[in-house]
Each structure stands twice: as structure tokens, then as C-alpha cells.
Ligand binder design. Structure first.
Ligand code: SD4
Length: 290
């Protein structure tokens, strides 16, 4: 059995590439890296890799993470500038036993030493978005919350599971701001003996629930991924509303070791992509009732 699930429609072309690897008994690490790279390389996705929208200083700062569910090893980069594929740097870091999560210049020096491709990630299109936003909101620049991160969970035929994320974070974020995406347990978590989860939405709120770990914990108790996703999202939403009156955007995808999957979201419409041996890469939309 193999399978892969991802946040947002933008993951579809990457998932099509991953399908080829998984369908020929390939490795869940190779499949997920290939799928995320496809999203990072596409210039018109405004929230991941090349073409990602910049921070308030007009710099594209990227966050990414990779986790191997067999060994539980993790690699992550945050606030990384000027490298084409943050996911590949994160995966390389997952082979280290210490210094697995690097930020800013430290991450860039590592990437340089390891020979990763340098690239200016700020496109003209992203610059125009930036300039328009500055004009619109001269007085109060707010990070835009409706931003899409790619997060995936993958299972291969050998039973190995992986999880990965990649994002440019929130448009107009402060320099150095890091969200949930590169943070283990928040943006992603995977254990091949149970399953994995990944999140997208307002990082500051997703982190308050360590939401990906929470989903895996619920699946470990025998809960179906769909139930686990719903419980994690709506309990966190309720908790935040009770404590302070509002909750940010929270969306998640999950898959267990048997290839069963789940998704939940508290936003009006959340798209995701799933692919299984009997299901070609398919985009679904989850709509909030009421
Ligand atoms: C972050 N969670 O940096 C990311 C952004 C995102 O949909 O996923 N937006 O907070």
C-alpha cells in the first residue's frame, strides 16, 4: 500500500510526479521531496519557493521541513533566503544528529557548503504585489493571513512514511518571523508505525495546539485520520475562541500507516490533493457548513 496527501490544489502537479515514484516501489523520501520541489519551482504560487511573497523588508524568507517517520529524524530551515529548494536543504539536514534546524545566515552557509543551487527567489510579480500592498495599507501593514503553505504526508510500499512542508510564510511578515511550517509537531509530524499530519493556516495559532503531533497522538489511540483531524482542528478553534474570542485559519491533512486519510479546516473552502494506488491524483474541496 502507498499513498500521498497534500494541502492545497497547487500540489497536484507535484503529486503526479510522486505517484510515478510510489507506483514503482520508490521511496517516500524521494517522492515527497520531488513533489514539494515541483511546487517550490513554480513561479506563480505566491506562498511557496520561487515567486513567494516577501516579508515587510521585501525579502523572500523561506521555511521548510522534512521528517522521516522510520527514524523520526527531522531537518528544517527557517528564514532562508536565495536558495531554490529549501525542502532539499531540510532533507539533507535530517541526516545530521545535531544542528538539524538552521535559520537565516546559518542555513544559507550550510546550503552553500553543501552545494545547493543559489537563486534570487523574488520575482517581478511578487514585487508588484508588495508595492500594491504598501500603497493600500501605508498606515498599518498587517501580515496577510490567507496564505497557502504546501504540506504533505507520504507512505511508500515498504511502509515508510515521510512528512514535509515548504512556505514563504505570511506576506508582509516581520523579518525573522517563523510560523508553524518548519516546527516539528506543529507544521508536520510523522511516525511510520502510526501515521502523519501536516498543517496550513495561521502559524501563530496552529502552534498553540501542536496540531500535527496532536493528530498523530489521536491516531495512535486508534482514531481514524478523519476523526483525528476534525477533533484537533475544532477543539483548538473552540479553545482559542473561549480564551480570547477568535481563532485563526486552521487546516490539516493526515494519513495513517494503512493509507487511510483525513482532512479538516475551519475556513470557508480548503482544497487538498490525494493519490492512492486506486485513485489518480485528485483535488477535493472541503467547505465549511453554515
Ligand atoms: C505560516 N502556516 O507561516 C504558514 C502559512 C500558511 O496558509 O500555511 N498559510 O504561518
Amino acid at each position: 500500500m502507498w499513498g500521498i496527501i497534500a494541502t492545497w490544489r497547487m500540489a497536484k502537479e507535484g503529486i503526479e510526479k510522486a505517484e510515478k515514484i510510489l507506483d514503482s516501489q520508490g521511496d517516500a523520501g524521494d517522492a515527497i521531496e520531488m513533489a514539494i520541489k515541483e511546487v517550490e519551482d513554480f513561479p506563480y504560487y505566491k506562498s511557496v519557493g520561487y515567486g513567494g511573497l516577501p516579508n515587510e523588508a521585501m525579502e523572500v524568507e523561506l521555511d521548510a521541513a522534512y521528517m522521516n517517520g522510520d527514524t523520526l529524524s527531522v531537518g528544517a530551515v527557517a528564514s532562508l533566503q536565495d536558495f531554490a529548494n529549501p525542502i532539499s536543504i531540510a532533507r539533507r539536514l535530517s541526516h545530521e544528529t545535531v544542528n538539524c534546524m538552521l535559520v537565516g545566515q546559518g542555513a544559507e552557509s550550510f546550503a552553500c557548503q553543501e552545494g545547493f543551487e543559489r537563486k534570487n527567489m523574488l520575482t517581478d510579480r511578487a514585487k508588484i504585489h508588495y508595492k500594491n500592498r504598501i500603497k493600500e495599507e501605508q498606515s498599518k501593514l498587517q501580515p496577510y493571513a490567507g496564505h497557502d503553505t504546501v504540506g504533505m504526508v507520504c507512505l511508500d510500499d515498504s511502509g515508510k512514511m515521510t512528512a514535509a512542508t515548504s512556505t514563504s510564510g505570511l506576506f508582509m511578515k516581520k523579518k525573522g518571523r517563523v510560523g508553524d511550517s518548519p516546527i516539528i509537531g506543529s507544521g508536520f509530524y510523522v511516525d511510520s508505525q502510526i501515521g502523519g499530519a501536516s498543517a496550513t493556516g495561521l502559524g501563530e495559532d496552529l502552534m498553540k495546539g501542536c496540531i500535527s503531533y496532536e493528530i498523530v497522538r489521536l491516531m495512535a489511540q486508534g482514531m481514524h485520520p478523519q476523526k483525528a483531524c476534525e477533533k484537533a482542528v475544532f477543539e483548538l478553534e473552540q479553545k482559542l475562541i473561549k480564551r480570547r474570542g477568535h481563532a485563526g485559519d486552521l487546516s490539516v491533512v493526515a494519513m495513517n500507516k494503512d493509507g487511510e486519510f483525513g482532512v479538516a479546516s475551519n475556513i470557508e473552502a480548503f482544497s487538498f490533493v490525494v493519490c492512492l494506488p486506486h485513485l489518480k491524483p485528485t483535488v477535493y474541496l472541503v467547505q465549511r457548513e453554515g
